[in-house]
Design a protein. Structure first.
Length: 180
């Protein structure tokens, strides 16, 4: 079975290496990847930074950072719109079940209490999945009253920049500690 996967995996790795060598293509892929991570992929966004960090391509990392932040923001906007449209039915459904109603009320209180700062902090944590916090803050936004869309998107964009800065700092400090 592993031999049947070797061909497609090798092809994918070859494609990604070729894209990496053409910044415009790689940045476009990073943008699409960041949108997908925000919406459906519960995997860390940092994968897009691994090779440039290991290669020490600091200028390239700056471009990737902007592509990541833009993609995460686009994805967050789509999740926010979904949250506004789905929150009402979630609230109506949860009213029929005591445990579900309790959960929705606690989630709304969490979003209201932590607000933009909570979203920013959660999305700034390296290796944290973006998908879960985005959905929590979007779906339990008290009919769009707890969080303004523009501020939600700004918090997301700035958190993406902060997250990459933290990752790069940890990488550089780690290299210096290891004598590299």
């Amino acid at each position: 079975m592993s031999t049947s996967l070797a061909g497609p995996i090798d092809d994918l790795l070859g494609f990604l290496q070729a894209a990496y060598d053409v910044p415009a293509v790689y940045l476009g892929l990073v943008l699409v990847y960041a949108i997908a991570v925000a919406i459906v992929l519960p995997i860390p966004i940092e994968l897009a930074l691994l090779k440039p960090l290991l290669d020490g391509r600091w200028g390239y990392i700056a471009g990737i950072t902007l592509a990541l932040a833009a993609g995460k923001t686009i994805g967050a906007w789509l999740v926010f719109l979904l949250g506004i449209n789905v929150e009402g039915p979630i609230r109506a459904w949860s009213a029929r079940f005591r445990l579900a109603k309790w959960f929705v009320e606690k989630a709304e209180a969490f979003v209201r209490r932590t607000g933009y700062a909570g979203l920013y902090i959660l999305l700034s944590i390296p290796l944290m999945s973006d998908t879960i916090p985005l959905y929590v803050y979007s779906l339990f936004n008290e009919e769009g009253k707890a969080l303004d869309q523009n501020m939600f998107l700004i918090a997301n964009f700035l958190a993406a920049l902060n997250r990459v800065a933290i990752l790069v700092l940890l990488f550089v400090v780690g290299l210096n500690l290891l004598g590299g």
